[in-house]
Structure formats: structure tokens, C-alpha cells
Design a protein around this ligand. Structure first.
Ligand code: GDP
Length: 247
């Protein structure tokens, strides 16, 4: 006689949307750096948010982290621009950071400041050692502009080497279905077949999906790896001079 089929799985699969959103909600301001050498050297994965001014970057960061004023949506254009870092991690253990890079392309910024900033950004994207992924925010009504294309060229060698890259077409609530499909296929081509998604903070489109994506980037070892790391950090330190039984 065969056993009757159980109507529910014995163990429910973990709700990864909830885990990823809960993780992003832990975001806390860490530091701000006007130049690359002011950034602390870190050994946790770093995920950078970049894009033209007004692309919807601050709104996207605030939506993902479920915090109204983490990234400031009202910035003074032209003031000294800085890279802002936010730490992420449960139980006070930082396991990743978000980097908010100032928006580029604002017409009123003096040429010298624009140039200085492009240099800082290119340098950051090319050399930041713990940089794991880049999220490029783009207003789909403008598409990828010349400055976005320059950025793509700057990061291409690192993407080829495995750096994660995602383009978010923000404010997608402003597009109808036909427009959305068209801009998606054009930007996919421009991004060389890279990952491109529609996003709307207003309609919460793509929020959970992007959160999961970022969680996966920061936790390549998956949930089991996270549990093991948490257990390890909770272990009391052995007394000084004691031999490590696991050595
Ligand atoms: P940033 O300069 O890239 O940080 O852009 P902001 O986050 O400040 O957003 C620029 C403008 O776009 C603001 O007026 C936002 O209210 C608007 N915006 C941002 N996200 C959305 C969205 O999902 N839908 C709509 N309709 N407007 C948005």
C-alpha cells in the first residue's frame, strides 16, 4: 500500500523575498567620502548604485531599504559630491555595503567639477577591490545616454571578469506596455545582453525581485553559508593560548 500524498511539504521553503527585504532594511549610514582614498578598505561585498541625476537613484535606495531618508532625494546640484556608504547586516554583523555614487550629467554643474567627478567615479569603478556589483539606474524615457555608455565602457572589463551588473529602468509606471517592451529590448542591446529590469518605486514594481538579486550577489554561499557564518561569529573566543580544536 502506498502512503497517502501529504498535502503540504513538511518544511516550507524559506521566503527569500522577505529575507532579502529584511536584510536591506538593516541599512545604516556608514561614511561619506569625497575622494577615493577617503573610503575605508572593506572586505565585505560592496554594491554600487550609479546613474544620471534625477534617474530615481535616491528613491530606489530608499524604497529597497524601506527608509524614507537614507539616500537624500533633495540634493543641491553642484555641491561637493561624495560617495556615501551604507552598511548592511543582521545582528549587528556587517555582511555587505551599499555605495551611493552621486548622479552625473546635471547640466548646471561647472565643467571642472564634472570632470573631477567623472575621474573619481571611473577610479572607484575600476579599482575598488571589494566592489561586487553595480546597479545602473536609468530613466527609460531618456534611455542610456552618452554618459551611461561611457560608464558601461569603464566597467566592461570588470564585468567580463565576473563583476555583477544590473540596469534598472526606473519610473516604469510612466510607460505603457508597448513602450516598456520597446525600451527593455533597446537597453538590453545597448547593455550588451546584460541584465535589465523594469522598476517603479511608485508602483513597487520589481522591488522584491531586485532585493533578492542584491541578496544573492552579497551571499553567493546561500542561506546555509549565512547560518554557518552567524554560528561562527556567535562562538565564544577560546581562552588565550588554548589550542583551536578545529585547527
Ligand atoms: P536621483 O537624482 O537619481 O536620486 O533621483 P530621485 O530619486 O531624486 O528622483 C528624481 C525624480 O523622479 C523625483 O521627482 C522622484 O519623485 C521621481 N521618481 C523616482 N522614482 C519614481 C517612480 O518610481 N515613479 C515615478 N513616477 N517617479 C519617480
Amino acid at each position: 500500500m502506498t502512503a497517502p500524498a501529504t498535502p503540504f511539504p513538511a518544511v516550507l521553503p524559506p521566503d527569500m523575498d522577505k529575507i532579502a527585504m529584511g536584510w536591506l532594511h538593516t541599512a545604516k549610514f556608514l561614511t561619506t567620502a569625497p575622494e577615493l582614498h577617503h573610503l575605508p578598505a572593506l572586505d565585505v561585498p560592496e554594491i554600487a548604485f550609479v546613474g544620471r541625476s534625477n534617474a530615481g537613484k535616491s528613491t530606489c535606495i530608499n524604497t529597497l531599504t524601506q527608509q524614507h531618508r537614507l539616500a537624500f532625494a533633495s540634493k543641491t546640484p553642484g555641491r561637493t559630491q561624495s560617495i556615501n556608504l551604507f552598511s548592511l547586516g543582521k545582528q549587528g554583523i556587517t555582511d555587505a555595503v551599499l555605495a551611493d555614487l552621486p548622479g552625473y550629467g546635471y547640466a548646471a554643474v561647472p565643467k571642472a567639477a564634472k570632470y573631477r567627478w567623472q575621474q573619481v567615479m571611473a577610479n572607484y569603478l575600476q579599482t575598488r577591490r571589494n566592489l561586487t556589483g553595480i546597479v545602473l539606474l536609468c530613466d527609460p524615457r531618456l534611455g542610456l545616454t552618452e554618459l551611461d555608455e561611457i560608464l558601461l565602457d569603464v566597467v566592461r572589463p570588470r564585468v567580463v571578469e565576473g563583476l555583477k551588473f544590473l540596469v534598472l529602468l526606473t519610473k516604469s509606471d510612466k510607460l505603457n506596455k508597448t513602450e516598456a517592451a520597446k525600451v527593455l529590448s533597446i537597453v538590453r542591446l545597448q547593455a550588451g545582453g546584460g541584465d535589465v529590469k523594469l522598476f517603479s518605486a511608485l508602483k513597487r514594481k520589481g522591488v522584491d525581485e531586485v532585493a533578492r538579486h542584491l541578496w544573492d550577489w552579497a551571499h553567493p554561499e546561500g542561506l546555509e553559508g549565512v547560518a554557518a557564518a552567524t554560528a561562527q561569529s556567535a562562538k565564544p573566543a577560546p581562552p588565550a593560548g588554548a589550542a583551536d580544536p578545529e585547527a
